[in-house]
Design a protein around this ligand. Structure first.
Ligand code: CA
Length: 406
């Protein structure tokens, strides 16, 4: 039984499902321990949303924009709530499937994929490890740093991740070698999925988040640190990160997360005017990362939490990322994916990568069964979970999981 907690009427995250009875992909929302087939609801006339009918991705729906997203969400809350009529309840019943019985697919066809670097704690920790003496580069507090990633290798949670081969060079070696990565790592991140439309040549202001951001997923930016260390200068990450990026299957909408927007951290210096939004865009979202080794799995040992952190401490927010990425006139399109960057906190155990948690492998994590991990070994499973919770509401971000294969 799937845990229904966090999947109530306040959440209703969007995804793409199929099931054994009907292998066609179709849009759905998660509700309690079920999914509601939106194609079926539209087909039966209970939901007016042409862009969801026969859709195998959410791209067309995302292109419709905020008014449609809100109308569909409000209609679904009515259909699933106490005020639904007998006919409406009957339509919902016909569109309901157990969540455990469906296969989840990538929710959108990913367009462009960008990964930011928006946790100052992560940037400082990595700087300390990679460039002793030059921890935080002078541009960091002025400009949201990021790079363009590879959208074609974004995979849905549960997809196995093959250990990449690549070029690396040990510091004391004369020449590089080509071999499987021995420093395979994770990056605990969130990602936002763009919707609506912007025009090429027209920057999007920081205050236009609600028109251009549909919602959030959890994201694991798998990273090969040995390949990265050799290739990243002078142009940044390339093959060390392009082999796979995993995302959670359910997109949690901006509206569902609205009660969890909180004040942003103080920035010094104040960012340039185009990076200032008139309302705060930090979120209080609890995140954790768990590891299960093959030996743990064989003995039915539960996954072990290796990091706990919170999204609220990020230095750069979605508003600044959106404004920055379009500030040169580049447009965002429905289905574009933007990673936040590794979410690391200020305290030990709140770092979002093994690079940081193990100090580049020199201080391996001791697991409860006696095993140790510096970096990932074949068969290891990493799961990232997220939730937002207060006295009245509980929103599950779900999870993104992946197992390393040879
Ligand atoms: Ca990253």
């Amino acid at each position: 039984m799937t845990d229904p907690a966090g999947y109530g009427i306040d959440n209703l995250p969007f995804g793409i499902i199929s099931d054994a009875r009907d292998e066609e992909k179709r849009p759905a929302v998660a509700f309690e321990d079920n999914v509601i087939d939106l194609d079926c609801l539209v087909h039966r006339g209970a939901l007016d949303a042409e862009s969801l009918l026969g859709a195998t991705t959410l791209n067309a729906f995302l292109a419709e924009g905020r008014a449609t997203w809100r109308a569909v969400r409000a209609r679904l809350q009515h259909l699933l709530g106490d005020a639904a009529s007998t006919d409406e309840r009957s339509a919902v019943a016909k569109a309901t499937l157990p969540r455990d019985a469906v296969t989840l697919h990538l929710p959108v066809e990913i367009g462009d994929y960008v990964d930011f670097y928006s946790s100052i704690e992560h940037a400082t920790n990595v700087g300390r490890i990679m460039r002793p003496g030059a921890e935080l580069l002078p541009n960091y507090r002025h400009i949201p740093i990021g790079y363009h990633g590879r959208s074609g290798t974004v995979v849905v949670s549960g997809t196995p991740v093959r250990r990449p081969h690549g070029q690396r060079k040990a510091p004391d070696a004369a020449l590089p070698e080509f071999a499987p990565s021995t420093m395979l790592d994770v990056e605990l991140e969130m990602g936002w999925v763009a919707g609506g439309a912007s025009s090429h040549g027209e920057p999007v202001p920081a205050n236009a988040v609600r028109d251009h951001v549909f919602g959030y997923v959890l994201l694991n930016d798998w990273s090969a640190r040995d390949i990265q260390a050799w290739e990243y200068q002078p142009l940044g990450p390339f093959l060390a990160k392009s082999f796979a990026t995993s995302i959670s299957p359910w997109i949690v909408t901006l509206d569902a997360l609205e009660p969890f927007r909180v004040e942003e951290r103080t920035r010094d210096p104040e960012p340039l005017p185009y990076l200032r939004a008139s309302e705060p865009w930090a979120y209080d979202i609890e995140l954790e990362m768990l590891l299960q080794t093959p030996a743990m799995r064989d003995r039915a040992n539960a996954p072990y939490t290796i990091a706990r952190t919170n999204f609220r401490g990020m230095y750069w927010t979605v508003a600044q990322q959106l404004a920055h990425v379009t500030s040169n006139g580049a447009n965002v399109r429905p289905g574009d994916l933007f990673g936040t960057g590794t979410i690391s906190g200020p305290t030990p155990g709140s770092e979002g990568s093994l690079l940081e948690l193990t100090h580049r492998g020199s201080n391996p994590i001791a697991l409860p069964n006696g095993e140790k991990r510096a970096f990932l070994e074949d068969g290891d499973t990493i799961t990232i979970r997220g939730q937002a919770k207060n006295a009245n509401k509980h929103i599950a971000l779900g999870e993104v999981t992946g197992t390393i294969v040879q």
